[in-house]
Design a protein around this ligand. Structure first.
Ligand code: DSN
Length: 422
């Protein structure tokens, strides 16, 4: 693991590029460059994190060589529902992984640990309860939702009849608009969850609205799953019919997805993942997910999540003190959007300039953004990765001051360019 000064304290061979270079100098060389980039940069991408060395080792293990299409727990199918021999150990592993995730979220929901990603999890979640053409009411990508929540360029926007609830003028999810549109549209599904939303989501209120209109309620908790596991954000368990997540963001596991479902939807969810959406599960990644689930039950995981939120509040506060605008005026979680509407430079330009200065973040549209999604008038900033590396509130305040210097340089350059054009 890298510390906050960029030193690698790993005991596992995270720097295994020398070994890879013996077979492929090109691939090994690119991994070395990426290793150094990650080690030396301040990482503020809200959807990224560093998993533990144990998770990394599990993902690079011999399990990578094993096929195990099917499920370990479908007893009535014989061979525990697998289509291959030799699955006794991966069966045990996958069952163990399922049980560990139930413990993390203290739930008796059914768990499917096979989705290769959050997008795959959402694809299967929709398939389990919807037919093509069914109506979904969701948060749009430009208001903080995810691509798979109905973007017209994604399968979700193409297969389903998508409608969107709005955020209010401050950027908060407008629950009155959710209720109004739910009663007008009678959707089959109400969906919530976000990739760029900095406030508490009221799952109880959403589930009440879903009940009023007899809709399913699904939550994509990918960004905030770690916070939920640690009790620093309210939980959707008990409210949602289906809950999806990735495992690599605030959960700090390997790249991948999970689906949780009310027990009555278990079979539909399982068959939507396999054989509908996917073939063989990645048992090496499932091993990494199991290790991450054990780590997520430790007291230090809860402490970490609290620090992520405290650090995010400090970082947002420093930007506000420096005179910047933040969508919703602050943050309750691990992320916020710096609102750059009215500035002469775009989110894309700020992202590039931060890259040049060793700070990694991403451009992001803000509500009412006049610029295109490729340019944007905002950047998204998250505190999960650098909190893993030991940053505290003061370190994050210093990051805000560094970004402020970069912004001031950009403003000056744009003013000079404008003068030259006159
Ligand atoms: N969830 C997206 C993000 O937040 O970066 C990636 O799919």
């Amino acid at each position: 693991m890298f510390n906050k000064e960029g030193k690698d304290n790993s005991t596992y061979n995270v720097d295994n590029f020398e070994f890879i270079k013996k077979t492929s100098p090109i691939v090994g060389g690119l991994i070395e460059k990426e290793y150094n980039r990650q080690k030396n940069n301040v990482e503020l991408i809200a959807s990224e994190n560093y998993c533990s060395e144990a998770v990394l080792a599990a993902c690079g293990s011999c399990l990578s060589w094993k096929y195990a299409e099917g499920y370990p727990y479908v007893r009535e199918m014989g061979n525990k529902g697998r289509y291959y021999g030799g699955t006794e150990f991966v069966d045990e592993l996958e069952e163990y992984c399922v049980q560990q995730w139930k413990k993390v979220f203290n739930t008796d929901y059914h768990v499917n640990v096979q989705p290769h990603s959050g997008s795959q999890a959402n694809f299967a979640g929709y398939k389990a309860i919807l037919e093509p053409g069914d109506t979904i009411l969701s948060l749009s990508l430009d208001n903080g939702g995810h691509l798979t929540h109905g973007s017209p360029v994604n399968f979700s926007g193409k297969l389903y009849d998508m409608h969107f609830y709005d955020v209010d003028e401050r950027g908060f999810i407008d629950m009155e608009d959710v209720r109004k549109k739910a009663h007008e549209l009678h959707p089959k599904l109400i969906m919530t969850g976000a990739s760029a939303y900095s406030r508490i989501i009221d799952f109880k209120a959403f589930s009440e609205i879903a009940k009023e209109v007899d809709a399913y309620f699904m939550v994509d908790m990918a960004h905030i799953a770690g916070l939920i596991a640690a009790g620093v954000h309210p939980s959707p368990f008990g409210y949602a019919d289906i809950i999806t997540t990735t495992t690599h963001k605030t959960l700090r596991g390997p790249r991948g997805g999970l689906i949780f479902a009310k027990p009555e939807l278990a079979k539909k969810v399982d068959s939507a993942v396999f054989p509908y959406a996917q073939g063989g599960p990645l048992e090496h990644i499932i091993a990494g997910k199991a290790v991450a689930a054990e780590e997520a039950q430790k007291p230090e995981f809860k402490e970490y999540q609290k620090k992520v939120v405290e650090n995010c509040a400090a970082l947002a506060d420093e930007f506000l003190k420096l005179g910047y605008k933040i969508v919703t005026g602050g943050t309750d979680n691990h992320v916020f959007l710096l609102d750059l509407k009215g500035y002469a430079f775009s989110g894309k330009e700020l992202q590039a300039r931060c890259d040049e200065n060793g700070i990694t973040l991403n451009k992001n549209a803000v509500p009412g953004d006049p610029r295109s999604p490729m340019q944007t008038s905002g950047v998204r900033i998250g505190t999960a990765p650098m909190t893993t590396r030991g940053f505290g509130p003061e370190d994050f305040r210093e990051v805000a001051r560094r970004i402020d210097v970069i912004i001031k340089e950009l403003i000056k350059e744009k003013e000079e360019e404008a003068k030259e054009e006159k």
